[in-house]
Design a protein around this ligand. Structure first.
Ligand code: GLV
Ligand code: MN
Ligand code: MN
Length: 422
């Protein structure tokens, strides 16, 4: 099997996990727009993809260890001692109904890079390590990029273990259930470089017909949870004038976030985005005036002050809306990751490595969050992007062409080889 087939096989095989029914998908036209992959952290489907990755790591000669929050590390020692480790990887959990490349590409791409080095008899001087981070997506356990937050010391192990999913299970519990609550304590003191390959999840590379991007900045991510308390009552008998309709208030907030983010794109920053993607309406019954709504507002930008502007304006608008409809609005900041700039040294190394294998990369920013956003706090970190067809991700129609995946794999392999000899 040639090298591309090997990486393609890993992605196609693991693309079955969390898909109903579990189907091998090798081409874009085989995708079902309604049936993506669902393998949130700690589920049985998440265990299957983890087991598959661990098997591939061991086959590639890596020594595998699991830490307390389920992060997986597969290590290959180097020929010299006392030189900092070069780490590469991403995540294997998914959003609900997402794509088969988000996260998986960075994990299997890193394993494939090691296999290519093994095939060539390449001698790495620094140790190389493949990492799989737990609960990147935030769709089962919030905040997002959870276990890499523990790894870099932003969050304690107990705090992470105690986070609960929608079923009320704790992260500690589900990791135990799937056999991934380890005991390894991975200090990052020896890790000098981190490189994550990922699908862009946006439209830029695809639109420009380019195959490889290098990330310079990653947008910060903020989640504000709003609970709007109105007055639940009969839809047929409650006069319009005396209603306290929580959903009507929520609708104004949804519109405000969208409109204001659009204005700020013109005035402040092309990268700013504001989204309400989650709305729980109570009791969610056709003939009852909604008494309560919970919503999550997601705000992102590459500049922290811009995120704060949109947040402050939204909270001010919420106050006005509260008065207008006579509802009570409670707000809670449930997730905050500030924007980061990645390592210049790694950016330049990815750039020269890409050119070495005949690829001209594009410098760009990432609007999506990644574990790299955490890793850059403790290591010199960088990211390689490959295109997302039509800019789609976090959806069943997420796709990346195999030729682009091969180019990304070439750039990642060359980058890791070069870093391992620095
Ligand atoms: C994580 O994938 C995010 O960007 O929300
Ligand atoms: Mn991802
Ligand atoms: Mn994602």
């Amino acid at each position: 099997m040639d090298t591309m087939d090997r990486l393609k096989k890993d992605l196609v095989e693991t693309g079955k996990f969390g898909r109903t029914p579990p189907r091998r998908i090798e081409r874009y036209d085989q995708l079902d727009p309604e049936k993506g992959v669902t393998r949130p952290a700690g589920t049985e489907e998440n265990r299957k993809v983890r087991d598959y990755a661990v098997e591939r790591m061991r086959e590639a000669g890596l020594t595998v260890k699991i830490d307390k929050v389920g992060n997986i590390f597969g290590r290959k020692e180097g020929s010299k001692t006392n030189t900092g480790t070069v780490m590469s990887g991403s995540h294997l959990d998914s959003v609900i109904n997402g794509g088969m490349f988000d996260g998986a590409l960075g994990v299997f791409g890193a394993i494939e890079a090691i296999r290519r080095m093994n095939d060539e008899g390449f001698e790495n001087e620094r140790p190389l390590e493949v990492a799989v981070f737990t609960a990147e997506e935030g769709s089962a356990f919030s905040p997002t990029i959870l276990a890499s937050s523990v790894l870099v010391g932003k969050m304690g192990v107990d705090e992470a273990w105690n986070r609960k999913n929608a079923m009320g299970q704790t992260l500690g519990e589900v990791l135990e259930n799937i056999g991934y609550k380890g005991s390894f304590e991975r200090s990052l003191d020896d890790v000098e470089y981190f490189v994550e390959m990922h699908v862009e999840q946006g439209p830029i590379l695809d639109k420009e017909g380019l195959s490889v991007g290098i990330v310079e900045n990653i947008s910060g991510m903020m989640w504000i949870m709003l609970t709007i308390l109105g007055s639940e009552n009969h839809a047929g008998t409650t006069p319009m004038r005396i209603r306290k309709d929580a959903l009507v208030a929520a609708a104004d907030i949804v519109s405000f976030v969208n409109k204001r983010a659009n204005d700020l794109v013109e005035k402040l920053s092309a990268a700013i985005v504001g989204t309400v993607g989650r709305l729980n309406v109570f009791p969610n019954v056709g003939n009852i005036v909604p008494g309560k709504v919970e919503m999550v507002i997601d705000i992102r930008d590459v500049v922290q002050e811009n995120m704060a502007s949109l947040k402050n304006e939204t909270l001010k608008a919420a106050k006005d809306i509260e008065n207008k409809y006579g509802v009570d609005i409670r707000t809670q900041l449930t997730s905050l990751h500030l924007p980061v700039t990645l390592s210049n040294e790694v950016i330049n190394m990815i750039d020269s490595s890409a050119r070495q294998v005949g690829i001209v990369p594009k410098r760009m920013n990432s609007g999506a969050g990644h574990d790299c956003l955490n890793m850059v706090k403790r290591t010199k970190a960088g990211m390689i992007f490959v295109p997302s067809v039509n800019g789609i991700s976090h959806a069943p129609l997420e796709w990346t062409n195999w030729e682009d995946i091969e180019k990304g794999a070439k750039v990642l392999t060359q980058t890791l080889k070069n870093l391992s000899r620095l």
